[in-house]
Write a protein that binds this ligand. Structure first.
Ligand SMILES: [Zn+2]
Length: 706
């Protein structure tokens, strides 16, 4: 997962990444701010955040002051009597809001990694203030007039690629927010945005309510046959929490839902639980999302038309790497045909098991997980607990560092004198090959009850240049990995190993970024390239030798175990890919509609699925009535994940063509991608690295579709 979104909370309307540095005490000191550390120089090593002194009460005054200062900076740009230039307008806007960015990055990072009810309350209190602040910038007509004046003269300005990209994206940010519209249309756009944000919230609230109220209750032990003890114990806990002591509850949460579908031999119960998931938002009750979805689409269509786009998909995809809906569709279709063929073959294998067992029925969607699990056991016999001893956390971490050392000559030196927000957090200074400081890396690996689930990477501060000198970034790597217990160190699952390499890739991207300006416009369909790239090394035998050693014996993971893992990685990929792609097509179809006014949600979805020839044994992973991604930042963007995967699979081939630790390839990947992503056109950067556009074959191969 990528949490770089915490870097752009300050001005997403403009797509500005506002990242900051601490301000000198003398300028803003005084009795009114007391001992608030945000109002003076930190006095810490490298100016890292003074976590030992930051208290909750410090955030609000600092955010308010940050907004005030940025507004003053904007006012100064607008009030200038000098003719607008690239420097006095576009660069000045880019460098505005330093304090707000700094405080915001720290606040939103902690809101995920070390939260509290008070912090969440403060976040709700700040949200409308920040969004009004953003609107004040995005809708500032005089500011836009100056940006437009610079943009109109762009051909004569002799800008380099990075400057042109900054100007183009800054201008586009305003235009896409409606800056070119007349007053009446602007007002209509504001109305649309207001209604849209409320409805999007309602959509996700409905899904949450439906998820919480969708479950099956089991009251006889006989009905639990086949389920592993851990799964049964969890179901008992869930029942207890719902005041149904002595019973077992299975829910529409995937952690409960999937094990039941995998292990329960009871078709009737599987079918009942299956419906809990797939009927959410589609029960014609007060939480039904069909009308909500339809209205959301109507609003998006009107907004797209207002802004001069034929459909919402055209609007959303324009700033991304794919560029046009047609290109996304073509990409998805290239994957679809082989994936569907693979899924049909998998269906055949499972039907064979059913027939051999004398089942006497045709496989249905609620049977798939169950027979896939049987097939997996029979074919691969791979046990997660046999792998863990080879993946002790300290070894995995050292493995990531060694990889960065082999590829780029980096050195990671632990620092004990840098303040942290929790004793679990470890800090390393990262030194470049020539010994210079590249940045600081904070690592926070273990679950806590004040930490969000999952894993992510972000930053307390991004990088930029001040007076010609690079200000170093402070990257974070946060996870919820298996904890050590008395007598046993932290032993990771294979999944956790991949996750830590993944987040390490995001962190390297942050550390390597070398940009004159603060703004970063990395397109959504490119941000998983640096992270997914690093996952490719995890299972390479040459790499495993460097880190996958048994925590007791020191023995390198046996080759036959590695072979088993590699073979099983292709298992059920037809299903996984088809289920995922079906949702991509659904997303694209909704956003390519010109009018949703008279659309029947159920019929439309069926028509789209029939159109791509989806087999009835598989449903899209997310159906229309609970597809929260496409109302929460991934509008016409669910494809982004697999688009990025095409890039990282193709990029990794560059190492396969040379060698796994090839320094020249690594250097080129760093210079063209890791250091530059978000500061120049992403496809141009990719072509500079690879010498051509990405090819789809490596992705097809990785998923066993070739
Ligand atoms: Zn990610």
């Amino acid at each position: 997962m990528n949490k770089q979104n915490i870097l752009i909370v300050i001005a997403p309307a403009l797509l500005l990444t506002v990242l900051c540095l601490p301000l000198a005490a003398s300028a803003w000191g005084g009795a009114a701010v007391g001992d608030n550390p945000f109002f003076s120089a930190y006095g810490t090593p490298f100016d890292t955040p003074p976590f030992d002194r930051i208290q909750l009460a410090h955030f609000k005054p600092a955010v308010l002051e940050g907004m005030k200062r940025q507004q003053a900076e904007i006012d100064a740009i607008v009030a200038s009597l000098k003719a607008p230039t690239f420097e006095n307008t576009v660069v000045a806007l880019d460098s505005s809001g330093q304090m707000l960015g700094e405080v915001g990055n720290i606040f939103y990072s902690l809101l995920s990694a070390a939260t509290s009810q008070e912090m969440q309350d403060l976040a709700s209190e700040l949200a409308p203030l920040l969004s009004a602040h953003q609107d004040n910038i995005a809708l500032n007509e005089k500011l836009f007039a100056r940006v437009k004046a610079v943009h109109d003269r762009r051909a004569r300005l002799k800008l380099d690629d990075v400057q042109r990209y900054l100007l183009e994206n800054t201008y586009k940010g305003f235009v896409r927010s409606g800056a070119l519209l007349d007053a009446e249309r602007k007002e209509r756009l504001r109305e649309i945005n207001r209604e849209h944000s409320l409805l999007a919230l309602k959509f996700s609230d409905n899904v949450l309510a439906e998820t919480n109220s969708s479950f099956i209750v089991i009251d006889s032990k006989d009905d639990l046959a086949g389920l592993p003890d851990g799964v049964v114990a969890e179901a008992a806990e869930t029942a207890k929490a719902m005041n149904m002591d002595g019973k077992w509850v299975f829910t529409a949460q995937k952690t409960s839902w999937i094990p039941f579908l995998q292990y329960s031999p009871r078709r009737d119960l599987r079918q009942a639980l299956f419906a809990c998931f797939f009927m959410r938002g589609d029960r014609d009750n007060d939480k039904d999302n069909k009308a909500v979805l339809q209205r959301l689409m109507v609003l998006r269509q009107e907004r797209a038309r207002l802004l001069g786009y034929a459909t919402p998909a055209d609007y959303y995809i324009e700033p991304r790497m794919a560029g046009t809906p047609a290109r996304v569709d073509a990409f998805l279709r290239q994957l679809w045909t082989p994936a569907l063929a693979r899924a049909r073959a998998e269906r055949g294998e499972m039907q064979k098991i059913i027939d051999q067992e004398g089942g006497g029925f045709r496989i249905e969607p609620w049977d798939w997980w169950h027979y896939a699990e049987k097939l997996r056991k029979a074919k691969y016999d791979l046990d997660d607990s046999a792998l863990r001893p080879y993946f002790m956390l300290e070894n995995v971490q050292q493995g990531m560092f060694t990889l960065a050392e082999r590829l780029w000559g980096l050195r990671f030196v632990e620092r004990k004198d840098i303040p942290v927000y929790h004793p679990d957090v470890r800090v390393a200074e990262v030194r470049d090959r020539d010994g210079s400081l590249l940045g600081i890396l904070y690592m926070d690996f273990f679950p806590r009850d004040n930490k969000q689930g999952g894993a992510w990477s972000g930053a307390f501060r991004g990088t930029f240049y001040r007076d010609g000198k690079r200000v170093v970034p402070f990257a974070t790597l946060v996870g919820n990995f298996t904890k050590p217990t008395p007598g046993t160190p932290s032993l990771l699952s294979l999944d956790e190993v991949s996750t830590s390499f993944h987040e390490f890739g995001h962190a390297l991207n942050t550390l390597f970024t070398d940009s004159r300006y603060r703004s970063n416009f990395a397109p959504q369909d490119s941000v998983e390239l640096p992270s997914q790239m690093m996952e490719h090394w995890v299972l390479e035998p040459e790499m495993l030798k460097l880190y996958a050693r048994h925590y007791q014996t020191g023995e390198v993971i046996p080759a036959e175990l590695v072979e088993k893992i590699r073979n099983s990685s292709l298992f059920n990929q037809g299903f996984e890919t088809v289920e995922f792609l079906a949702s991509c097509f659904l997303d694209m179809a909704w956003h390519q509609l010109e009018s949703a006014l008279n659309v029947n949600v159920t019929r439309f979805e069926k028509q789209v699925m029939d159109g791509i020839g989806l087999i009835p044994e598989i449903l899209p992973r997310w159906k229309s009535t609970y597809f929260t991604h496409i109302h929460g930042g991934y509008e016409a963007g669910y494809y982004s994940y697999i688009w990025s995967e095409q890039l990282d699979c193709d990029a990794f081939e560059a190492f396969k063509e040379t060698s796994l630790f090839d320094r020249r390839t690594a250097e080129s990947f760093r210079r063209n991608i890791l250091a530059r992503l978000g500061t120049e056109d992403a496809m141009t950067l990719y072509k500079r690295f690879r010498g051509r556009e990405p090819r789809i074959e490596p992705l097809l191969k990785k998923r066993g579709l070739l």
